[in-house]
Design a protein around this ligand. Sequence first.
Ligand SMILES: C[S@@+](CC[C@H](N)C(=O)[O-])C[C@H]1O[C@@H](n2cnc3c(N)ncnc32)[C@H](O)[C@@H]1O
Length: 234
Amino acid sequence: MSAASLPRAVVPGAGGRLLRWVGDDTALKRLLTARSWMIRAYFEARYLVPDPWRLATSEYERARAERTLAALGRRRYGTALEVGCGEGLFTSRLLALCDRIVAVDFSGLALRRARRRHAGDPRVRVRRLDVLHEDPDGAFDLVVCAELFYYMNRAQFESLAPRVARWVAPGGDLCLVHGTSVHDAAGLSEARGGGTGARALHDRFRRIPGLVVLRERRYPRYLITVLRREPPCG
Ligand SMILES: C[S@@+](CC[C@H](N)C(=O)[O-])C[C@H]1O[C@@H](n2cnc3c(N)ncnc32)[C@H](O)[C@@H]1O
């Protein structure tokens, strides 16, 4: 997420000050990732304002979504898992490529909006899941993780990355999208200062046996990497 996409809502009084405080602070993110309940509270606070990152209205976010779909190419996926789906806005776009989507997030407020958005659509299942502690059922032809891995500490990321790789079915794809700015690199100390947050995060997946990079697109403010889980030999 970029500073440019932080909430613009003007909320008066103490509530407004709290929202602005949680809105843009790298040090705060680092502090919050020390305890998983705190990072959940952070997201609930962000989602007090609908569409906190202006996915529906910002040109930057529209282009990021389109480039993500373009990076996936023309493949049609049977099943997809979208991790950190938020209010289900990108889920709607992803339906162009997938027959069925399981969209997961740990924020109750975001999920309520996602459920409303996709109500009655049998192709979308919206599920509450904290991926630090639980696995989705089964494996998927496509797994998408966008702007997710900053919100955990190094140990949490290290234990999550191989689990995410296992959620990809053999022959399936893993799509990673993360910002390259220093601001966004709060979660991983080694990424601080160099502006290489996404690089460090995505490279972790390159080192997982069985995952190979299919495509990578670098833009000034984010990196999109698509990896494929090789089917077993023989
Ligand atoms: C910065 S938003 C990104 C939303 C969307 N993926 C995008 O790219 O625009 C991060 C999302 O991940 C969710 N999230 C963060 N940590 C999570 C976790 N451990 N389990 C499930 N969802 C999580 C948050 O609630 C939030 O909706």
